[in-house]
Design a protein around this ligand. Structure first.
Ligand SMILES: [Mg+2]
Length: 374
């Protein structure tokens, strides 16, 4: 047991406007609508967490704020923050689902534990296999000419990985954009495809075969999340690797996915698995099954990106890199005191104890949509 006790828990709801609307097979997103969790101990240590839901995918910010403030807070006040698994097991017993709220809780507890021990979060969960990783940007602006301008600027920044969000404006639009990117950037660009469930199951194979002409590294979640047998069929018949995102959330989903060989790759996300350590369990199941992993994210601030970077630093193998681009290239502003570390197209894992990042209180207040709870 540590000598620290949880003294206060505050729940902030914030909305940060985006630089541009991003369109997906499952709808448009125009901002970062998240819950920021602030846990302080009686010894004056503050840990930060973030729940980053997407209503059509995982849940809502209103629901996650209520889970943290109403349902979990009474079980945490006065408790030892270092006993992370005990609190996460409690959270699963108290409320079903809401993995984003659970990810926020674990993030804040690990941040505190890291600050107490002097270790970074990646070191707390097993140690760093890498200090930086390639960063993918999502091409999702319905105005493709505006996207091309942004891509040109990012290319100058060193970004070489681009993921097309497809299935929201028709197959011809998707083919045109892929063709244009290959014309401009040739094979130096690492192009990926993400349908976000946007293809009808009956015609998915034919659409994906058309796009294979542009040599995508993978095709992500072409069909609906519940169409797991269809996804497994697609992975079986298509040569390009297929990724499961919406169809695989947590270790139980990862195990079922491995049993039916649902995909060649899993997108790891702390907001789906309910935290970093559960995501490492997903990664372990994938590794045992010969399924590759990828560092995915939701619409997040640099705070959740930092947690994601610590997760992806700790996995044994990482060939497909990550997509923690929101704080740098999507949000109009971030809430961290120092910019989330992206340099030369690569995400750098934050240094220092805990998450290794700090929240700016003025920015937190500026983007708050209501008074904090707690
Ligand atoms: Mg995805």
């Amino acid at each position: 047991m540590s000598e620290h006790k949880i003294e206060s828990i505050r729940v902030h709801r914030i909305l940060i406007p985006a630089k541009a609307v991003h369109s997906h097979g499952s709808g448009d997103v125009a901002g970062i609508n998240v819950v920021i969790l602030e846990i302080t101990t009686d010894t004056g240590i503050t840990g930060w967490g973030e729940a980053s839901p997407w209503p059509v995918f995982t849940g809502t910010s209103e629901g996650n704020a209520a889970v943290l403030h109403v349902h979990l807070r009474p079980h945490l006040i006065g408790q030892d923050p270092v006993q992370v698994e005990r609190h996460m097991t409690m959270a699963d017993k108290v409320v079903v689902g809401h993995p984003e709220a659970k990810a926020a809780l674990e993030m804040a507890l690990l941040d505190i534990t890291g600050k107490i021990s002097g270790l970074s979060v990646s070191e707390l969960v097993g140690g760093r296999m890498r200090d930086d990783m390639g960063m993918s940007f999502s091409i999702a602006n319905p105005d493709f000419s505006a996207d091309l301008d942004d891509i040109a600027a990012m290319w100058d920044d060193g970004v070489r990985i681009f993921k097309f969000k497809t299935g929201f404006a028709g197959h011809k639009f998707d083919l045109m954009r892929c063709e244009r990117m290959r014309e401009i950037y040739g094979d130096e660009a690492d192009l990926r495809i993400d349908y976000n469930q946007g293809l009808p199951a009956y015609d998915a194979v034919r659409c994906i075969r058309d796009l294979e002409a542009f040599r995508p590294t993978f095709v992500e979640q072409p069909v609906k999340m519940h169409e797991r047998d269809v996804l497994a069929h697609i992975a079986h018949v298509i040569d390009t690797p297929i990724m499961a995102d919406e169809s695989v959330f947590d270790p139980k989903g990862a195990l079922y996915g491995a049993q039916i060989r649902i995909a060649d790759i899993y997108s790891l996300k702390i907001m789906k698995s309910g935290g970093i350590r559960r995501a490492l369990e997903v990664a372990a199941i994938a590794r045992a099954a010969g399924i590759e992993i990828y560092g995915g994210c939701m619409f997040e601030t640099g705070l959740a990106h930092a947690a994601g970077a610590h997760l992806m630093a700790a996995v044994p193998d990482l060939v497909l890199q990550c997509e923690f681009y929101m704080a740098t290239y999507y949000a109009q502003e971030d809430i961290l005191t120092d910019p989330f570390p992206v340099r030369n197209g690569r995400v750098h894992v934050p240094q220092g104890p805990g998450l290794g990042v700090a929240v700016d209180p003025d920015r937190l207040a500026r983007y708050s949509v209501c008074s904090p709870l707690g």
